[in-house]
Write a protein that binds this ligand. Structure first.
Ligand code: UDP
Length: 310
């Protein structure tokens, strides 16, 4: 892999991917419309002669001159608060944006990597979730704009693979956290950390018994790199299988920040999945991947990032 294009390159995951592939000696073109991405995420990369940023909406025509070895499609609002605030852009980037990115990959004879999600499993009736599980998604609920956009994106990706023979990789990303998350993106980890650091009440939705499995961003990037270099043209779960209740996550963050914030309980959002845990047998067997960063270590690094004055 020498020259890569990353959509959503100024986002949380996209910016870490840019940094990773630049460090490996690749040339990286980052594309972002800056709806939820931020230039400050990539400011450390500006000036690197192998890096280029283009402000562009990937739902419109997408083309760059020259050869590309891979197109990584990571553009999309990704937190429930963001995608419910921007439902139509979310549907468009998952559908039209995936189409444009696939078209570019086809034209360049490049490998296409789709950022998919554990949300394709919806509110799962099977736990942990293997890739073979088809999911339990409410298509017209508030989360449907993201879930169905990503399900359509997977379908389109497989259709391009089958019809045009282009090599594709589909990564089903489970809840990922780390530096460069937006503190106001509404997700549990940034909410809990900012609330704990400010001494404000920590907002646990529902009774906090719902579960998630948190992956530190460097583990995810390692999994994506291995997937890109593999020959797996089928979805692969990348996520840390350590499953915890939201109450435990809130208490852990309160302990690690040394905060005295109290926990307050707020209504559970509609269609909030009750459980989520990846079955990573496929990634273990085919990519020899498994997460390395312990939750407490990853959270400490994330808390340090949130403590820094902006
Ligand atoms: N959550 C919470 N308090 C918050 C934000 C989120 O209890 O301030 C819960 C949310 O209801 C869900 C879990 O944390 O059960 C994870 O939510 P997040 O938005 O991080 O991502 P999701 O996994 O739902 O996409």
């Amino acid at each position: 892999m020498k020259r890569l294009l990353i959509t959503g390159g100024a986002g949380f995951l996209g910016s870490h991917l840019c940094e990773h592939f630049l460090a490996k000696g690749c040339e990286v073109i980052a594309v972002d419309n800056l709806l939820t991405g931020r230039l400050e995420n990539i400011e450390g990369l500006i000036g690197n002669p192998r890096f280029r940023f283009i402000k562009l909406d990937v739902t419109n025509f997408l083309h760059v001159p020259g050869k590309l070895d891979a197109v990584l499609h990571f553009a999309s609002p990704a937190s429930p608060v963001d995608y419910q605030r921007w439902p139509i852009p979310t549907l468009k980037v998952g559908a039209l944006g995936t189409h444009k990115a696939l078209g570019l990959a086809k034209d360049k004879k490049a490998v296409f990597v789709l950022a998919s999600t554990s949300e394709v499993y919806g509110d799962p009736e099977v736990n942990p979730q293997p890739e073979s599980y088809w999911g339990n998604v409410n298509p017209i609920g508030p989360r449907g704009v993201y879930d169905e956009a990503k399900r359509f994106a997977e379908a389109l990706t497989m259709a391009y693979h089958r019809s045009h023979g282009i090599p594709v990789r589909i990564v089903r990303i489970f809840n990922t956290y780390g530096p460069r998350m937006r503190m106001n993106d509404g997700r549990a980890v940034p909410n809990f950390i900012t609330q704990a650091l400010a001494g404000r009440p920590i907002t646990v939705y529902g009774d906090g018994s719902q579960t998630r499995s948190l992956t530190f961003v460097s583990d995810l990037v390692d999994g994506i790199d291995r997937l890109l270099r593999s020959r797996l043209n089928e979805p692969v779960n990348i996520g840390n299988p350590r499953e915890m209740s939201l109450l435990e996550i809130a208490q852990t963050i309160r302990r690690l920040t040394g905060s005295k914030s109290r926990l307050v309980f707020k209504p559970l959002p509609t269609d909030d999945p009750k459980v989520r845990r990846p079955d990573i047998s496929l990634a273990r067997a085919k990519l020899h991947w498994e997460p390395k960063v312990a939750l407490e270590d990853g959270l400490r690094r994330t808390i340090a990032y949130f403590r820094k004055p902006l």
